[in-house]
Design a protein around this ligand. Structure first.
Ligand SMILES: Nc1ncnc2c1ncn2[C@@H]1O[C@H](COP(=O)(O)OP(=O)(O)OP(=O)(O)O)[C@@H](O)[C@H]1O
Length: 399
């Protein structure tokens, strides 16, 4: 188990991590998420004793890393795959790590086989591709057969086979009762790999909960409704009826409608009352990506904008229409619908940068509700408005 208590790290006047407390438990894959620059790598470095906290502390199995007996056999980590001596072969790199940690040399060939590098084990690592370097870093993490593993962006540069392999590796390590802590920006991958999430923004804890709870706390369930493709007037008629009945409608890329605010039977009844045939009516949960975007929108330091291509706009060919806007695509500021209990507009624009101890101006002391890092309640949610369905609600990541 990894335990951080009040962990804080300042670099000069820059606070990279602030008052972070969490536990990473064995037997599960814990995803570590946060926008660029939010402090994930800094936290991992403090866990591994590579950086000293300015305040607070972090332990692995009850000890700070530098007091951990036989640390390289208990903890394996991939932090920066490029941090290898490029002139050494992959095998020699791993052999030198093994010798330093009292690990038998035969283990080197084992891990080279596990990561699929046995055929290039004699090649200098400076000639390795990004993905080969990642595989070598994962081999180094596995070398001591450790109970605690940390991976910072392990799938960076891996091909699809490699991504699938890492996913299954993480799950298998956790299933063996190990502690697996993995940072990633790939939400679809995290949704498939992680059981639990720790989310930080500007160095502070934003969420510490299961993936399922994270999605339901940060987005509303919705219905996908599809009318016959060849009869757009049916789609329009149903959209109007749903809106009039208090639902919210957004078009999806494939022509379906995404509806929030009305239970499925009500949508079905509306379609029947308005003589609209349905090709699909299915319950859905927002994707982890959508829920994550909603939660972290106020904690993003580096935000992309639409390329205006000033003076470079190409004329569309005659008769061509610009593409129809689609929820979440090419629309900065679009986020998943909020969970029902939060009320308000279903598609709120991004908030201003949150007030806090650094970055934006401090929040007034008497306004605790303004704390953007307040953790959502851990208690189970009340049932969403959508009616129970024979099929369990599907996450968009699973589609
Ligand atoms: N050695 C350092 N000196 C000064 N500032 C640093 C140092 N290391 C990190 N920082 C700053 O601390 C903040 C957190 O950086 P960190 O690398 O931990 O973020 P991250 O969440 O891992 O980001 P990313 O997702 O982009 O990898 C950033 O503002 C970064 O510039």
């Amino acid at each position: 188990m990894i335990e951080a208590v009040g962990l804080t790290k300042r670099y000069g006047d820059k606070t990279a991590v602030y008052n972070l407390s969490f536990q990473v438990r064995p037997g599960a894959v814990t995803g570590f998420l946060g926008p660029n620059g939010s402090g994930k790598s800094t936290t991992m470095r403090m866990i591994l004793g590579l950086d000293n906290p300015t305040a607070g502390h972090v332990t692995i199995c009850g000890h700070p890393y530098d007091k951990l007996p036989n640390a390289p056999r208990q903890v394996g980590a991939l932090l920066d795959a490029k941090a290898v001596h490029g002139g050494r072969s992959a095998r020699n790199h791993l052999l030198s790590l093994a010798q330093l940690s009292g690990i038998p040399a035969r283990r080197v060939d084992e891990v080279l086989g596990v990561v699929g590098l046995h055929e290039v084990a004699g090649r200098r690592s400076k000639g390795f591709s990004l993905g080969m370097g990642q595989r070598l870093g994962i081999a180094a993490a596995l070398l001591g057969d450790p109970q605690v593993l940390l991976f910072d962006e392990p799938v960076n540069g891996l091909d699809p086979e490699g991504i699938l392999w890492v996913r299954n590796l993480m799950k298998a390590l956790a299933a063996e009762g190990r502690t697996v802590f993995v940072s990633s920006h790939l939400m679809s991958e995290m949704a498939l790999t992680a059981d639990h999430l720790i989310v930080i923004g500007r160095g502070q804890l934003m969420a510490d909960m299961s993936v399922r709870d994270f999605i339901s706390h940060n987005s509303a369930d919705f219905a996908r409704v599809r009318t016959p493709d060849s009869e757009p007037q049916q789609r329009e008629k149903l959209s109007a009826a749903i809106t009039e009945a208090g639902g919210h409608v957004l078009p999806e890329q494939d022509g379906a409608l995404r509806v929030t605010g009305l239970p499925l039977p009500r949508i079905s009844d509306l379609a029947h009352d308005h003589d609209v045939r349905l090709w699909e009516l299915s319950p859905h949960q927002a994707s982890l990506e959508e829920a994550y975007m909603r939660m972290t929108q106020g904690a993003v330091d580096y935000r992309s904008t639409v390329d205006q291509k000033e003076g470079l706009q190409q004329q569309l060919p005659p008769g061509t229409q610009p593409p129809m806007p689609v929820p979440g695509q090419g629309q900065p500021g679009w986020y998943a619908p909020p969970p029902p209990q939060q009320g308000g507009q279903p598609f709120a624009p991004p908030q201003a940068a949150p007030a806090g101890p650094y970055g934006a101006p401090p929040a007034p002391a008497a306004a605790p509700a303004a704390n953007p890092y307040a953790q959502p309640p851990q208690a189970p949610q009340s049932a969403p408005q959508s009616a129970p369905s024979a099929e369990p609600t599907k996450s968009e990541d699973a589609r």
